[in-house]
Design a protein around this ligand. Structure first.
Ligand SMILES: Nc1ccn([C@H]2C[C@H](O)[C@@H](COP(=O)(O)O)O2)c(=O)n1
Ligand code: ZN
Length: 161
């Protein structure tokens, strides 16, 4: 035998990879977000992506970004982070880590803090200048939730489905 494999993926690649794969389930035409919640000892606890609440049809509700607010996706969509928190059926998320492909908005930040998650690892921060994300960072700083950007490794993984 020649010893163990050397090119296995790291924990961060694994969990961010799972978050990104979850985002591929999103029907949002402009921004697909995925999330993966992990225990302190690196067990996957939950996953989520941005989509409509259960029972609300992807084909009947709007996906527009602009116009009459009631005809936009913003008032209906459940964000990936909230979905992942709500999807968790196991009790407490105290001390967990949350991997997400886009920095959390202020509403998700509140849910992250209240659920006991202590670390956020994000990929993209394209809305960094918005009041929502500035408020998230303010709340995370006050509440002691650490956050840092995922370091992309450039590794590409092809999966035949
Ligand atoms: N951290 C986030 C931020 C946004 N989302 C969702 C909400 C929308 O479905 C979409 C953003 O749409 P855009 O304004 O970029 O067209 O992403 C999320 O799930 N988590
Ligand atoms: Zn959100």
């Amino acid at each position: 035998m020649s010893g163990k494999r050397k090119d296995y993926i790291s924990w961060d690649e694994y969990f961010m990879g799972v978050a990104m794969l979850s985002g591929r389930r999103s029907k949002d035409p402009s921004t697909q977000v995925g999330c993966c919640i992990v225990s302190p000892d690196n067990k996957i606890l939950s996953m989520g992506y941005n989509g409509l609440p259960r029972g609300c049809s992807d084909d009947e509700f709007p996906w527009e970004r602009e116009g009459d607010p009631l005809q936009t996706k913003y008032v209906y969509t459940v964000h990936s982070e909230l979905n992942a928190i709500l999807n968790y059926g196991g009790g407490s998320l105290e001390g967990a880590k949350l991997y997400v492909s886009l920095f959390p908005c202020n509403e998700c930040a509140k849910a992250i803090i209240q659920s006991g998650i202590k670390e956020v690892i994000y990929d993209c921060d394209k809305y960094a200048d918005t009041d929502s994300v500035l408020a998230s960072k303010h709340m995370f700083d006050s509440a002691g939730v650490r956050y840092h950007q995922y370091h992309r490794t450039g590794r590409k993984i092809e999966i035949e489905l």
